[in-house]
Write a protein that binds this ligand. Structure first.
Ligand SMILES: Cc1cc2nc3c(=O)[nH]c(=O)nc-3n(C[C@H](O)[C@H](O)[C@H](O)COP(=O)(O)OP(=O)(O)OC[C@H]3O[C@@H](n4cnc5c(N)ncnc54)[C@H](O)[C@@H]3O)c2cc1C
Length: 386
């Protein structure tokens, strides 16, 4: 289906991103997958192409592009010609804007140029061994010491955890107050900061996921993001974009799986005819095509709303919920249509299947998305139970 949201500038930009992904990224994916981590040089190369933190002001070396459609293009081409585990957008749009919007001027002047060039890779650390969906349960704490803060605690499952050079860390600043949380930028050369091993995962093998530890890490005032007691609200404010990013990734991933499967079923034969000729195959493909077109249209509409500053948390949750659920369904159908080959690592669809499984869990699980949506339609459990 022709998509109506892009104009000539986006199309030209897409051509350039595609060429970059095909020449610099695609040939290296298999090696990165075996290593369990991408090479951080990927970020430097992407930085040279101007693909990182495009929103950042020109005075820091950015392009000043707020239009999310350019990021959507980066997401789509990274997934089509690279891999969903290469978390350029986590760096650029999921973490970077906290520094851009909430950071002190000295922090922005020092860090943003290195984020734009890819010299410093960013991550965000909210999850703890005992606090995932329920962030209010986090135990990491920061206490004031003059103008500085002293950070103690640990985080787990942190994306870009091995390659990352700076992390936004959420920590409790007001004891006893569930939402009394601050956001702090921890740089990897700070004393008391350390990271654990690269955690072994079912999928997303090109992506490094790690534990992070903080032992009396001294955080200077310039590394505090916004009001140190209002971090929870700042996190909530950015979560709509995080969910939109997830939805864009998930639909892009499913679109690639659909195309790969189309090629496969036209080629492969059984009982003297192409797999594509069986009614089951044709109907499955027709169902997937229909669902994907509807989902893509909805997500594109959310992108336009986001560009106007009008994407609500509920709509973003709907996009993330539907995209991650459909992505899983599409991957399962596509593996099935590939038969035994779909289970073999040499076929891309097998990785895509395991890569997709996390989408319903991270960036807010499907169950949490349903809670948010239910509340928005007046079905708030707390209110219903009085
Ligand atoms: C590959 C990967 C990368 C990640 N990257 C990052 C990162 O960069 N930074 C970061 O901070 N975190 C990251 N995470 C953590 C991720 O955000 C959490 O795993 C996720 O929020 C779920 O939390 P949990 O694992 O503690 O599960 P839990 O919260 O323990 O949930 C377990 C199950 O209970 C369900 N559940 C929980 N609460 C409710 C409820 N109220 N109603 C109904 N069901 C509920 C959940 O949906 C889930 O099915 C990553 C995780 C993975 C797997």
């Amino acid at each position: 289906m022709k998509r109506m949201i892009f104009d000539d500038d986006h199309d030209m930009f897409r051509d350039g991103v595609r060429r970059f992904m095909q020449s610099e990224i695609e040939p290296k994916i298999e090696q990165w997958r075996e290593n369990g981590c991408c090479d951080p040089v990927a970020f430097l190369r992407a930085g040279e192409q101007g693909l990182l933190c495009m929103w950042a002001d020109e005075k820091y070396g950015g392009l000043g592009i707020e239009d999310f459609r350019f990021e959507q293009v980066v997401i789509e081409e990274t997934i089509r010609h690279g891999d969903i585990g290469l978390f350029l957008t986590l760096h650029s749009r999921l973490v970077g804007p906290y520094i851009g919007h909430l950071g002190s001027e000295p922090l922005k002047a020092r860090l943003l140029p290195k984020c734009i060039s890819g010299e410093t890779i960013l991550g965000i650390a909210m999850t703890e061994p005992n606090a995932g969906s329920d962030l209010a349960g986090m135990k990491s704490r920061a206490t004031r010491d003059g103008d500085d803060w002293i950070l103690n605690g640990s985080k787990t499952f942190i994306s870009n955890g091995i390659n990352g050079g700076a992390f936004i860390v959420a920590a409790r600043t007001v004891p006893g107050k569930p939402h009394g949380i601050g956001l702090f930028v921890v740089e990897d050369d700070m004393q008391g900061f350390s990271r654990g091993r690269n955690l072994k995962k079912m999928g997303l093998k090109t992506q490094d996921t790690a534990e992070l530890f903080f032992e009396n890490v001294r955080i200077p005032a310039e590394n505090v993001l916004g009001d140190p007691e209002k971090g929870f609200y700042n996190l909530m404010h950015h979560l709509a974009e995080e969910r939109l990013i997830s939805a864009c990734q998930e639909v892009a991933h499913a679109q690639v799986a659909f195309d790969l499967t189309m090629d496969y079923i036209l080629e492969r034969k059984a009982f003297g005819k192409p797999i594509a000729a069986f009614q089951n195959s044709r109907f499955k493909m027709a169902e997937m095509r229909t669902s994907l077109d509807i989902l893509q249209t909805f997500i594109d509409q959310c992108v336009l709303l986001h560009n106007q500053g009008e994407l609500s948390a509920e709509l973003a949750a709907e996009a993330k919920l539907f995209a991650s659920e459909l992505e899983s369904t599409v991957m399962d159908n596509c593996v099935q249509l590939h038969g035994g080959s779909g289970y073999m690592s040499e076929y891309r669809i097998s990785h895509m299947f395991t890569d997709a499984r996390v989408s319903r869990i991270y960036a807010g699980s499907s169950e949490i998305m349903k809670e948010i949506i239910a509340r928005s339609i007046g079905l708030d459990e707390r209110k219903l139970l009085g």
